[in-house]
Design a binder for this molecule. Structure first.
Ligand code: HAM
Length: 424
């Protein structure tokens, strides 16, 4: 019996790992421009962190966590998202006392959610996320949204839309939640079972239900914006003004509530602006003003976003955008005869140590087949070694782009390559 990969997971095969490496290294460079520093936190954490941090009425905590007891009897959960672990680490290592403030952090890595598998939704997926902790300033909210937008643009994905909303303070939402319950309660039996379950615990989540989006009650639902204090409204107005200044197009979406409990004030999502694609959310984030305190830290505010790398790759595919990935081989050594083949082992090793990417054949293939493989590997040069030439201390070097071929001394190979491959 063969064993397959678990449902909802993916193997990243050698044919696509160069895309991942390209994305990761591009992100590291981009984040340096914005002065963010990488943080790496454990893949598993105490379950209580997510119950408290993400919120026990959320789908993530109620249905989607990979939770198990370890051999010491502790309840452990594979991280479903990156914010809670980052804040836990920020508190535990007192990053709030560091001289550089605010803390501008980013992370990349696998997250785990037991979700129904569909295109772009996996049980193990990779998130790239950022968190700015220790400052409440609308300039930062705009910077974080601008960074999310720039991330997609860096990869050539321009066909995106920013949806933005404000969720105000938790205290401002209390009255709104009560009014929402009263509004939906008489008709709640007309809504899906998820909405029915959400009514008493988290009625705002009904607003972003995909199943009941067209229910007539959704059109006349009260707006949270009417419940916000003048301060919260003014904060949001400033965020919007900065987005205008940065020339970032956006849509204010009063129904955008996000699926995690920690958000206050600014909330946003970036979606693919392509009506043909169903699962369009590429990135989501927002401000969380009570989270650090709720997890036992000082009164510090934060804002961030998370972006699914698999979704980014799918979006690039859907939009027919290819990444500028080229990994040509500097040299492929083609041999003719036993002595030459033997000698090539040493030359190959010397070239690699000198910093060139180099390869040879290990199957005793005929010369024509070796040349074919050199082309398949995108080799820029082939070094052709024959037994006879070898005894004279020379080899043939062929430029695989213009097919020019010349004889050179073995002792001059490295110098020749150095001249030709200028970047080395
Ligand atoms: P989230 O909206 O739950 O937010 O996830 C962020 C992004 O992760 C989504 O927009 C999506 O691209 C990707 N994602 C989520 N679930 C899956 C899945 N099952 N398969 C593939 N991709 C997925 C958060 O996680 C927050 N921690 C974001 C944040 C950071 N807010 C503030 N700081």
């Amino acid at each position: 019996m063969t064993i397959s990969m678990p449902r909802g997971t993916q193997d990243i095969l050698p044919s696509s790992s160069d895309k991942w490496q390209y994305i990761e290294s591009t992100l590291h460079n981009l984040l340096r421009q914005y002065r963010y520093q990488e943080i790496r936190t454990p893949i598993f954490e105490s379950t209580a962190l997510f119950v408290r941090g993400v919120g026990d009425t959320t789908d993530i905590v109620q249905k989607e966590m990979y939770t198990f007891q370890d051999k010491g009897g502790r309840s452990i959960t594979l991280r479903p998202e990156g914010t809670a672990g980052t804040i836990r680490s920020y508190i535990e290592h007192k990053l709030y006392a560091d001289v550089t403030q605010p803390q501008k952090l980013y992370y990349m890595g696998p997250m785990f959610r037991y979700e129904r598998k569909q295109k772009g939704r996996y049980r193990q997926f990779n998130q790239f996320g950022v968190e700015v902790i220790g400052v409440q300033n609308p300039q930062v909210d705009a910077e974080v949204i601008a960074l999310a937008v720039q991330t997609f643009k860096t990869f050539g994905l321009n066909n995106i839309k920013v949806l933005v909303n404000t969720l105000g303070e938790a205290s401002e939402r209390q009255k709104y939640n009560e009014d929402l319950k009263a509004y939906f309660r008489p008709h709640i039996h007309e809504f899906c079972s998820d909405c029915q379950a959400r009514l008493e615990k988290n009625p705002m989540r009904i607003l972003d239900c995909k199943v009941d989006a067209n229910h007539p009650l959704m059109k006349t639902v009260p707006s949270l914006h009417d419940y916000l204090s003048p301060e919260s409204q003014a904060y949001f107005d400033q965020v919007i003004n900065y987005l205008d200044m940065l020339e970032i197009p956006y849509e204010i979406d009063p129904k955008l509530v996000r699926g995690l409990d920690y958000y206050t004030h600014t909330a946003f999502e970036i979606v693919l602006d392509n009506p043909q694609i169903e699962l369009k959310t590429l990135c989501g984030g927002g401000r969380y003003n009570g989270l650090v305190e709720m997890l036992g830290g000082p009164q510090q505010t934060g804002i961030g976003f998370g972006l699914g790398v698999e979704r980014l790759l799918l979006a690039l595919e859907d939009e027919n955008i290819s990444l500028p990935i080229a990994s040509p081989l500097d040299v492929y050594i083609v041999t003719l005869g036993e002595r030459a083949n033997h000698y090539a082992v040493k030359l190959l090793n010397d070239l690699r140590i000198a910093g060139y990417s180099a390869e040879k054949d290990y199957f005793d293939k005929k010369m024509k087949a070796q040349m074919k493989i050199a082309s398949r590997y995108n080799a820029q040069y082939t070094i052709i070694i024959g037994d006879e030439e070898l005894s004279q201390g020379s080899v043939q070097i062929k430029n695989m782009l213009n097919f020019e071929q010349q004889q050179i001394e073995i002792t001059n190979i490295e110098q020749f390559l150095k001249q030709q491959l200028k970047e080395k």
